[in-house]
Design a protein around this ligand. Sequence first.
Ligand SMILES: [Ca+2]
Ligand SMILES: [Ca+2]
Length: 208
Amino acid sequence: MLALSVTATNRFYLPDFVIAAGETMQVAMILENDEPFTAFQTDLMLPQGLTVVQDDGEYLFDLTNRNASDQTILSKLRYDGALRVESFCMSVKPYSGSSGALVVINLTADEDFTGPATIGLKNSFFTTVDGIEFVLPVESCQVQLLAQQLRGDANGDGVVTIADVSFLIDYLLAGCQSSFHSQNADLNADGVVTIADVSSLIDWLLEN
Ligand SMILES: [Ca+2]
Ligand SMILES: [Ca+2]
């Protein structure tokens, strides 16, 4: 009997995260891939109370620095309420790397969001440089309500520790790698997250 060893693991998913009512935060969509993918399509199913931020009528989805060849990202609200997200490029260079954030979503929770809720990801099709299409598993993630916003809690785990300093520095160097609470991270409240906020956070940890 022929034994097949299946080692390929291709997943596209959102990790579980917490969000405060009224908060806008960045959430990464993670791609783990054995194949050299160059384009994809997926349907994002958001629960009541969570919405993707829009700018000029466009939903704010951004490709991370895994976008090595000018891939474009587009999205559209479908009749069934799903947000269809598509990314492709004219050249045939694949997304770089084999794991980590591929897309960053800007998500807002309504003021009356109470959690917990589920975000679904389905109809995920990825295409390789050779034009082979892969159907990736249906995924879901759990969204919990953060009781209150915590100044300095960049990773949103409910406590302010040295881990938030590392998280903040990683964010500044590499962009969003998982769920990033920009309001929490903006310690000096000037509306942007910069190295100045890292200094403020370290000062705060030293004093408290
Ligand atoms: Ca934290
Ligand atoms: Ca700031």
